[in-house]
Design a protein around this ligand. Structure first.
Ligand SMILES: Cc1cc2nc3c(=O)[nH]c(=O)nc-3n(C[C@H](O)[C@H](O)[C@H](O)COP(=O)(O)O)c2cc1C
Length: 339
């Protein structure tokens, strides 16, 4: 017995789990481990200081093609400030056109952090077989994406990394998106075990996407200090601060304390247009610090699910454990239905 959802057929995977993109850091090796374990891996949109995101993406795609056998995807952040997004979009179309094996295996682009319309139209025109999923934080955004993309990744406020100004939680968002949208919904934000996967499927999602849980795995290329910080943190140890593209969920450290938590619902946060580009560039250097292991003086992106992440298994061990737990949970709740 196994759990199989329409997402498995769509992406050509065994398990309905997507490993989240976690730029500006690398998830290239993590992606290979996830693919080899039967789930869907994503290469992140990297832009640490000194990195050429387009050249970097091409190298990561080649690495993944060589080091695992199944299907995978890439993330492109499409916010207005993300000036490398059009180049990345062109690169994906070019590589898929030139190489039939890449066309077969690079199945999906996940767009995020901006307007989904231009990239969706671009890919529909230039490469209609490529699947495009977009990440959305509210029902309003999900309904806008419904007519544009092949799937919707509904990500709630408990998740790690950039968050929306609207602060809608995953349980609320997934249920309403399933009810109001026609496209498949992937639940994201706060998932870290098989019980969560079972709950997402019960809400009507076709699968889950997870970031924080996958950082704390042996194969993830994040620094050991990052992994250790996650496993010693509680559910209440994250803060939402002002980040480069809006609010961002971080682990509480010197850097986050300095930026200060956005506490009030009505508190004014800088809009994208108001953000100071120089300050953002200065901030980007701090991501490099974190990637090198200084988890006090830079932004340690992390979701509230850190409270439930207490070990550093291999990706295969983690995925098999979560799927077994999801199956058991589904069987258990099935018994609650009585004549
Ligand atoms: C370290 C880190 C970096 C992230 N970077 C990106 C990114 O570049 N693009 C993106 O779409 N989402 C990014 N996210 C969000 C994740 O893709 C995903 O939505 C989130 O991790 C889900 O919540 P979870 O951490 O509770 O699983 C990032 C999250 C983390 C933890």
């Amino acid at each position: 017995m196994t759990i199989k959802t329409p997402l498995c057929d769509m992406l050509g995977i065994k398990y309905p789990i997507i490993q989240a993109a976690m730029g500006p850091f690398y998830t290239t090796k993590l992606c290979c481990a996830v693919v080899n374990a039967g789930a869907f891996g994503i290469i992140s949109h990297t832009n640490l200081i000194g990195v050429d995101p387009i050249k970097d993406m091409e190298e990561s795609i080649k690495y993944v093609m060589k080091n695992c056998k199944g299907n995978f995807g890439v993330n492109i952040r499409v916010a207005r400030l993300q000036i490398d997004a059009p180049g990345l979009m062109e690169l994906i179309v070019k590589l898929r056109k030139e190489n039939p094996e890449i066309k077969k295996r690079l199945k999906m682009v996940v767009t995020s952090a901006g307007n989904p319309k231009p990239p969706a139209q671009f890919f529909k025109e230039k490469d209609k077989d490529l699947l495009v999923f977009h990440v959305t934080p509210t029902l309003y955004h999900a309904m806008k994406v419904d007519g544009l993309c092949d799937g919707i990744i509904c990500t709630g406020y408990e998740g790690g990394g950039h968050q929306s100004y609207e602060r809608v939680n995953t349980t609320v968002l997934v249920s309403e998106a399933v009810k109001n949208c026609k496209k498949p919904i992937v639940a994201c934000g706060g998932f870290s075990d098989g019980r969560g996967i079972a709950a997402a499927l019960a809400m009507g999602a076709v699968g889950v996407q997870m970031g924080t849980r996958f950082i704390a795995t042996k194969e993830c290329e994040f620094h050991q200090n990052y992994k250790d910080f996650i496993i010693k943190s509680k559910d209440s140890d994250t803060m939402v601060c002002q980040g480069a593209f809006g609010p961002i969920r971080l682990l509480r450290n010197k850097y986050a304390e300095h930026h200060g938590e956005i506490v009030s619902k009505d508190e004014k946060m800088a809009t994208e247009a108001e953000l100071d580009v120089e300050a953002i560039q200065e901030d980007t250097k701090k991501y490099g610090l974190v990637y090198e292991g200084n988890v006090d003086e830079g932004p340690v992106l992390c979701g509230q699910s850190c409270g439930n992440v207490k070990d550093i298994p291999t990706v295969k061990e983690l995925i098999e454990r979560m799927m077994k737990e999801a199956e058991e949970s589904i069987k258990k709740i099935g018994k609650f239905v009585v004549a």
